[in-house]
Design a binder for this molecule. Structure first.
Ligand code: PLP
Length: 477
């Protein structure tokens, strides 16, 4: 299995070769040369596998340059009930991503039982183990540099903590995260985790990361890498839970299902698209956005028009406050029949701050073949959905999952079972839960009182020179 760039001008590479990198050299994103296909016999054989065994079955189709025994060991170590139960001991916890039935044919697939209570743990934990394995083979080191407004940074830190050969330098806006998010990140005492609280906004932190990444000599000398949502390892790990959810909601492989996916960077739903292309019987993929609706606009009108960061709304489902969907290019590559020149043409416009429009082209007709429909959800919709689910089913859902459920119920074909992907636990978004329900969210046992733990972080002005000096001082070279 080789991987090619969506812009068509980069050499093909293996899974391990792209694992530690980011963009392809031509500015595109990597995808398999061809999607591996899953036969009916395989689907039948996979139906009753444990999550770890299913993950091995799916991932061995993508990572076939890793020896099978090694991949099996990495996957088994990653997907254990200890890591994904948050102290729960019921039989559901062993499922890793259990389905919770709300009503006949409507389910929530729990993806947030990992250490940071968000679905990003599902992929990031695997990445941590894959990175450690790949680096140990080459006696190499990697210094992960990133900026976070909360979720991604904590998922990365919990995945990389204590890993040999890896350090994490994570920038966050000083005083702008919730006390819970701060506690989650800054209470980590592992010597390979460096939290840097930047005096400024998230965008200032992001700009510092970009400035360091653009200094190619510094980046190479200090072995700087990233774990952002375009990382292929992350996308491929997410393909697995679509299979798991499908098997849990159906009795036979003749049935179809719909998935609804709270979306921002198009990473999660891209994995669903890939599962479908592999042959998983997904009838509908329902994309839900919040008030930041670039993706909904595309699927409704054919126009992809990213907004600038100064036109991004701050919403109560903040992990979807994204106006440029970094994985969307992967889907468009498939949409245009894998024509790298066409993708280059579209993204030349996007990268210059513009937009592209497929409404009057043959691609608009092609779009319906991919089974994706979309909708959006607002603060008021979110509050109402959280309230309804609490009152009717006694289930508390978070703000992002509420967006997914609202749009899912609106857009589903009623003949299909609907599986709504849960992307975070309500404990992470206490303020909005309080507003919706007049009470505080439940918190997993392991997270009670984390605000009282000692915290460790470096406070820094938004100054690239200082950031480089800090990294240099902590990276022996
Ligand atoms: C990251 C995130 C999303 C969006 O996922 P994408 O892969 O970026 O589309 C949705 N909800 C939560 C809670 C997240 O952390």
């Amino acid at each position: 299995m080789k991987y090619i760039s969506t812009r068509g001008n980069a050499p093909a590479k293996t899974f391990t070769e792209i694992l530690l990198g980011g963009l392809a050299p031509d500015g595109g994103l990597y995808l398999p040369e061809q999607y591996p296909q899953v036969t009916r016999e395989e689907l039948d054989a996979w139906r009753n596998l444990s999550y770890a065994d299913l993950a091995f079955a799916v991932l061995s189709k993508f990572a076939n340059d890793i020896p099978e025994a090694d991949l099996k060991a990495i996957v088994s170590k990653t997907y254990t009930a200890e890591v994904y139960s948050n102290g729960r001991t019921d039989s559901d916890a062993k499922q890793i991503t259990p389905l919770r039935k709300l009503s006949e044919g409507v389910y929530i697939q729990e993806l947030s039982n990992g250490p940071t209570l968000a679905f990003k743990d599902m992929a990031m934990q695997l990445l941590g183990n894959l990175f450690e394995y790949a680096l140990a083979k080459d006696h190499a080191e990697l210094n992960i540099l990133g900026a976070t407004s909360g979720d991604t940074g904590s998922a990365a830190e919990y995945a990389m903590r204590g890993k040999r050969g890896i350090r994490v330098f994570m920038l966050s806006p000083n005083g702008k995260m919730s006390s819970f998010q701060r506690a989650q990140m800054y209470s980590l005492q592992d010597p390979n985790i460096y939290n840097i609280a930047v005096n400024g906004m998230f965008d200032d932190a992001q700009d510092m990361v970009k400035a360091v990444s653009n200094d190619h000599a510094y980046k190479a000398a200090h072995k700087i890498g990233t774990v952002n949502s375009i990382n292929w390892g992350r996308v491929s790990a997410q393909v697995v839970y679509y299979f798991k959810g499908y098997f849990a909601a159906t009795k036979s492989n003749d049935e179809q299902v719909a998935f609804s996916v709270p979306s921002g960077n198009f990473g999660n739903i891209c994995a669903g698209h890939i599962a479908r292309m592999m042959g998983l019987p997904i009838g509908q993929l329902i994309l839900a956005t919040n008030e930041n609706d670039v993706l909904d606009e595309f699927f409704r009108t054919g126009v992809y028009r990213p907004r600038g960061t100064d036109h991004t709304y701050e919403t109560s489902s903040p992990s979807m406050d994204i106006s440029k969907a970094s994985n969307f290019e992967r889907f468009v590559f498939d949409l245009v029949g894998r024509d790298g020149a066409k993708v280059r043409e579209f993204w030349n416009k996007v990268d210059a701050g513009g937009s592209f429009d497929i409404k009057d082209s043959a691609y608009w007709n092609e779009l319906s073949k991919f089974g994706i429909v979309s909708g959006k959800s607002t603060h008021l919709n979110r509050l109402n959905t959280i309230r309804e689910v609490w009152e009717e089913y006694g289930v508390m859902i978070d703000t992002h999952t509420a967006d997914g459920l609202k749009v899912g119920l609106e857009q589903r074909r009623p003949s299909l079972p609907l599986i709504c992907l849960e992307t975070a636990l309500p404990a992470k978004f206490a303020e909005t839960i309080q507003e919706a329900l007049g009470r505080q969210p439940e918190r997993p046992e392991s997270m009670v009182g984390i605000e009282d733990l000692p915290q460790r972080c470096e406070v820094m002005d938004a100054d690239v020179v200082k950031l480089k000096a800090f990294i240099s001082a902590n990276v022996p070279h």
